[in-house]
Design a protein around this ligand. Structure first.
Ligand code: COA
Length: 147
């Protein structure tokens, strides 16, 4: 297994990026300024994108694992990799996500705890309603973990 930084043509992984963030123009807000990694294990299985948010905060903007390969530890491997790679340069790793039990459980398993809400983020910024497991996402939940 290998984790590689992606320097050019990040959109070649658009299918994976869209799994985590289904509106492409929202991905465009962070993809270029972000640092992208892909996890290869007999082919690309997962990706993530992080950005520098200032004040020692690194933000995980997008993380996705190929649907057939979810639940086998690749997501957690990427989070652990980010913690190892960035712990000298940042104090906090944060992530903003919809209030959906499955994604929140994943982040809690990776050591994140709920920190604050941005009210109406999904209804204000996306051009269509976003549903996860049948529930419409409204507020953005920020979770953080110290690194
Ligand atoms: C969310 C996602 C990145 C998790 O990656 P993954 O490789 O499937 O998760 P892992 O196998 O590394 O799981 C790590 C831990 O989270 C838990 N977890 C993962 N998915 C979960 C779920 N749907 N419900 C509850 N717990 C979950 C696992 O049980 C595991 O816990 P453990 O370490 O205590 O055993 C992946 O499922 C995915 O790409 N989903 C679609 C895109 C998406 O929603 N991205 C996040 C948007 S904010």
């Amino acid at each position: 297994m290998k984790i590689k930084k992606v320097e050019t043509d990040k959109k070649q992984y658009l299918d994976l990026l869209l799994l985590a963030d289904e509106q492409e123009d929202m991905i465009d807000r962070y993809l270029e300024r972000g640092t992208m990694y892909v996890l290869e294990d007999n082919g690309v299985k997962a990706e993530c994108v992080v950005t520098d948010e200032g004040s020692g905060i690194l933000e995980l903007k997008n993380i996705a694992v190929e649907p057939d390969w979810q639940g086998r530890g690749y997501g957690k491997t990427l989070v652990d990799f980010l913690v190892r790679t960035y712990k000298e340069r940042y104090t906090v790793l944060q992530v903003g996500t919809g209030d959906s039990p499955s994604t929140i459980s994943f982040y809690e398993s990776c050591g994140f705890r709920r920190h604050h809400l941005v009210k109406n983020f999904f209804t204000d910024h996306y051009d269509h309603p976003i549903y996860e497991n049948g529930v419409q996402l409204v507020d953005m939940v920020y979770l953080q973990r110290e690194i």
